[in-house]
Design a protein around this ligand. Structure first.
Ligand code: 5RP
Length: 217
């Protein structure tokens, strides 16, 4: 089974969590795209979605699924999103697709975060995947120096401007043994909009598409 087939397996499983009349939080990325495609089949029994990126909004609308402004929604049941890495405590690195800020916001409003990944994303210790940090453009070099002082190797993702008009720094060579502590530390740096560690708001349910089937924890 290839990686896309494993992603599809996880996405199909996540659709089983969709309740009638639900508003769904929808993440961003190739795994979530499979989930959005699956939503077409249940479109008539859901109210709509809150989206974490312009890309997911476009895809949802193309399928005729209404997309709500988060400010008009007081709360909803499930948020479905992928991850770049997830550890056994269900803490994650996210932001490979540069949508981390809106993802963190939508996840904060949801009661249950369902993370869907293929088995290559599960790790014991976070940090092999370079940690994305969204920054205000004028603060980029300042933030990069602070990240280097923390032991990382910051690299500006030069070809990307986020949906919020900001820049992304990818921090290489970090071994993240205390995700919550590092999330708080990096969030405090002036100019940081969002760090791609999701430990304070980690996943509640993990669905892994693997070569031998689906694993749920
Ligand atoms: C986007 C993300 C994605 O969830 C993450 O990058 C995983 O993407 P994919 O499903 O394409 O592997 O955080 O900002």
């Amino acid at each position: 089974m290839n990686q896309n087939e494993m992603k599809q397996l996880a996405a199909r499983e996540a659709v089983k969590y969709v309740k009638d009349d639900a508003v769904l939080g929808v993440g961003t990325g190739s795994t979530v795209n499979f989930f959005i495609d699956q939503l077409a089949a249940v479109r008539d029994r859901i109210r709509g979605a809150v989206s974490s990126s312009e890309a997911s909004t476009r895809r949802l609308k193309e399928l005729g699924i209404p997309v709500f402004d988060l400010n008009d929604i007081t709360g909803f049941d499930i948020y479905v999103d992928g991850a770049d890495e997830i550890n056994p405590d269900k803490e994650m690195i996210k932001g490979g697709g540069a949508a981390l800020t809106r993802e963190k916001i939508v996840a904060a409003v949801a009661s249950t975060f369902i993370c869907i990944v293929d088995e290559t994303k599960t790790v014991d210790v976070l940090g092999r995947f370079p940690l994305p940090v969204e920054v205000i453009p004028m603060a980029r070099e300042h933030v990069a120096r602070q990240l280097a002082a923390l032991g990382g190797r910051p690299v500006w993702r030069q070809d990307v401007v986020t949906d919020n008009g900001n820049h992304i720094i990818d921090v290489h060579d970090l071994k993240i043994t205390r995700p919550l502590e590092l999330e708080e530390q990096i969030s405090m740096i002036a100019g940081v909009v969002t760090v791609g560690i999701f430990a304070r708001r980690k996943a509640d349910v993990l669905i892994v598409g693997a070569g031998d089937g689906v694993r749920i924890s």
